[in-house]
Design a binder for this molecule. Structure first.
Ligand SMILES: [Zn+2]
Length: 228
């Protein structure tokens, strides 16, 4: 994807924020809140980005991305999520720990570095939180998974992500080993309170509250014979 060259980290963060919030447009104040700055600074930055052809701004309609702004935002999000996969899979960071590091790494703008990182990771489609990673051509994979509380008893599944990014949830799931890529089978639902008992490939079982189950995204798998 051909992102406009040499954007500053701040410009990239604004593009990400507009991308995340604009549906299809966002007000200046909401944008300033998101990037934690004053409305006047946000207005200056919006003008700069508009001059570069990355955003459109209309006084009463707010800010939206232009087609090239959308490509540039996807490039930053792609770098961010690839770094998160690298940190989690290759360096052993917990999935609750990778986001802050990726916030910095995402601004390293070497296309060759990202091309090699992507190849090294076998071109993943989802980050450790289960969010889709934009492809090199700027297209997006479809969102991952169904909620664990919608899976029937007997169904095997792989953890795909979390529907909630609070540190408390991610830290909890990390501690009990329910991290992306791990494979489990739902063996029981307690009728009284909806607690889910799940079992992993090596026979370890785990009880998850109905609340936790509602926030785990999974990819159902075809039922397999044991030890296949
Ligand atoms: Zn992140």
């Amino acid at each position: 994807m051909n992102a406009p060259a040499l954007l500053t980290s701040t410009e990239e963060n604004y593009l990400k924020a507009v991308f995340a919030l604009a549906q299809p447009r966002i007000g200046t104040n909401a944008l300033a809140d998101r990037v934690q700055t004053k409305a006047s600074s946000a207005t200056d930055m919006i003008q700069r980005l508009a001059e570069k052809g990355l955003v459109e701004y209309e006084r009463y309609r707010g800010v939206g991305l232009t087609p090239s702004g959308r490509v540039a935002a996807a490039a930053v999000i792609r770098r961010h999520r690839l770094w998160e996969v690298f940190l989690a899979e290759k360096l052993g960071f917990g999935w609750h720990e990778v986001h802050d590091l990726a916030e910095e790494l995402e601004h390293v703008q070497s296309p060759e570095l990202i091309r090699r990182l992507d190849a090294f990771l076998d071109t993943p489609s989802y980050d450790p939180h289960g969010d889709p990673i934009p492809r090199a051509d700027g297209t997006w994979p479809t969102a991952a998974g169904v909620r664990l509380d919608q899976v029937p008893v007997g169904q095997s599944f792989a953890v795909a992500g979390a529907a909630d990014r609070t540190d408390e949830l991610l830290d909890y799931l990390h501690r009990v080993g329910m991290v992306p890529g791990t494979e489990w089978t739902l063996v029981e639902i307690v009728p009284f309170d909806g607690t889910r008992t799940v079992q992993n490939r090596s026979g370890r079982t785990l009880d998850l509250s109905a609340l936790a189950a509602r926030h785990v995204l999974v990819q159902p798998q075809e039922t397999q014979t044991p030890n296949a």
